[in-house]
Design a protein around this ligand. Structure first.
Ligand SMILES: [Zn+2]
Ligand SMILES: [Zn+2]
Length: 94
């Protein structure tokens, strides 16, 4: 991982969970999640394509809440990985 990739990931993580922020829950401490849907521009997964999710929305929250418990149900509730990724990039670009 390059220095700029690491700095980018730090910035993403420091924004807090993107789902919680969008729902108005505030900036929950978050972990990095790499969207794996290769759709869109067809680029390989990179460390610049990362979103921040709190433990509940990432892996602990159960089906319909945690993205790793079932991506389809998560996306139905909170938006697709791609939408969250675009939103994250917009926030970072101010
Ligand atoms: Zn969250
Ligand atoms: Zn993940």
């Amino acid at each position: 991982m390059t220095k700029s990739e690491r700095e980018h990931l730090n910035k993403v993580a420091s924004m807090g969970c993107c789902v919680c922020v969008r729902l108005g829950y505030g900036e929950s401490p978050a972990e990095i999640h790499h969207p794996r849907s290769g759709q869109g521009i067809g680029q390989r997964a990179s460390n610049f394509d990362a979103i921040a999710l709190c433990p509940a929305h990432h892996r602990n929250g159960g089906y319909g809440v945690a993205i790793h418990a079932g991506r389809k149900a998560f996306e139905d509730n909170f938006g697709t990985e791609l939408e969250l990724l675009e939103w994250t990039k917009e926030q970072l670009n101010g």
